[in-house]
Design a protein around this ligand. Structure first.
Ligand SMILES: [Zn+2]
Ligand SMILES: [Zn+2]
Length: 356
């Protein structure tokens, strides 16, 4: 099959690799109809976590609309032809973590994640023609007919992650909100947050194009670039009696974004962190968090499985249309170049959908 194989920082190539095979009776194989690239993939793609990937071997991608093409003998819930999606992480549904709703921490699968390198189960990714799905009955999901193919990859990661973060923020109708990081998932979270409150919603991002999107969603968009950040923070303080916002939703997934989230939070605020933090050495100020009595809720290693039902519900009720963040529709052959555009945050680039 054809797959996007990682070779080094910002270097993937479409190559012929062996087709995935059923290795266990509980496996099945899906053909990729639509895949995508997540912001979290950039840690791997950029070579920032080199110890997690294997050049010449690792394939990326954990977002998918797929069609079942082969089932193992122990698979009961799925048949060839079913249209399906998986949450980005593989969960068994039965271990102590899964039963507690911590599906991303599944003990049985060892926190396996599709296309996330050797550190997370060394599974093939969705930026390929076929993907092997282990523990299929326990975490794969059939997709209702009312949800079109292009929406389905958002069920794997972005929309559940946004829903989890907004739910954790528990926004009340008159509470002010700041969303830090307006990439695709941040914008989805912003749209959901906007539905929760009548008060001001602020949105921080360093990229002008993303701020325009946030502005169109009814937020006060603020520049997060180093040269502008002071004035942006002051705008929030001026609008909130000098206190800061009630709820902060962090989707930058970077230490600097987390620091900004702490800065704009008022005393007693909830900081709901949905970003992926892989900067192991970033210092945070316990003093700042202590002195504001912050309620810290980190959900970036999201239990996407537990919020897929919510994401499906949001789509079926037309509460949100995630294709609003899709800016590029490409073929797998065009992925290597598009991934570089995505990594460089080219103007006008938010989310790509990849047709197999
Ligand atoms: Zn993701
Ligand atoms: Zn488990």
């Amino acid at each position: 099959m054809r797959a996007a194989v990682y070779h080094g920082p910002r270097n993937v190539a479409i190559e012929n690799v062996p087709d995935p095979k059923i290795e266990d009776a509980s496996d099945l194989i899906v053909a990729t109809k639509v895949a995508s690239m997540c912001g979290s993939d950039l840690y791997l793609f950029n070579g920032e976590v080199a110890d997690m990937v294997s050049p010449g071997h690792t394939t990326l991608g954990h977002e998918i609309c797929g069609e079942v093409v082969e089932v193992g003998s122990a698979v009961n819930r799925f048949a060839v032809g079913d249209r399906v999606t998986f949450p980005y992480s593989v969960s068994c549904g039965r271990c102590e973590s899964c039963r507690a709703g911590q599906t991303a921490h599944c003990i049985t699968t060892g926190k396996a994640i599709y296309g996330f390198g050797t550190a997370f189960g060394d599974l093939g990714g969705s930026q390929a023609e076929y993907v092997r799905v282990p523990f299929a009955d326990d975490h794969l999901e059939k997709v209702p007919d009312s949800i079109v193919d292009e929406l389905v990859p958002f069920l794997s990661c972005n929309l559940p992650a946004a829903a989890i973060a907004v739910t954790a923020a528990a926004i009340q109708p008159t509470e002010t909100v700041a969303v830090v990081g307006c990439g695709p998932t941040g914008l989805l979270a912003l749209e959901l947050a906007r539905q929760q409150t009548h008060a001001d919603v602020f949105a921080f991002d360093p990229v002008a194009y993303r701020r325009e999107r946030a502005d169109a969603l009814g937020a006060t968009a603020l520049d997060a670039n180093p040269g502008a950040i002071e004035e942006s923070v002051q705008t929030v303080l001026d609008a909130t009696n000098g206190l800061g916002v009630h709820k902060v939703i962090e989707f930058a997934g970077r230490g600097s974004g987390f620091d900004l989230a702490v800065t704009v939070a008022r005393p007693g605020a909830t900081l709901s962190g949905g970003g992926v933090y892989l900067e192991r050495d970033h210092p945070v100020s316990l003093f700042d968090m202590y002195f504001k009595n912050l309620q810290l809720r980190l959900n970036g290693f999201a239990n996407a499985k537990t919020a897929q039902w919510q994401a499906i519900d949001l789509m079926e009720r037309n509460a949100i249309d995630p294709t609003s963040v899709v800016t590029h529709r490409i073929a797998l052959e065009d992925f290597p170049a598009a991934a570089v555009q995505f990594a460089e945050r080219e103007p006008g680039f938010l989310k790509m959908l990849i047709r197999g």
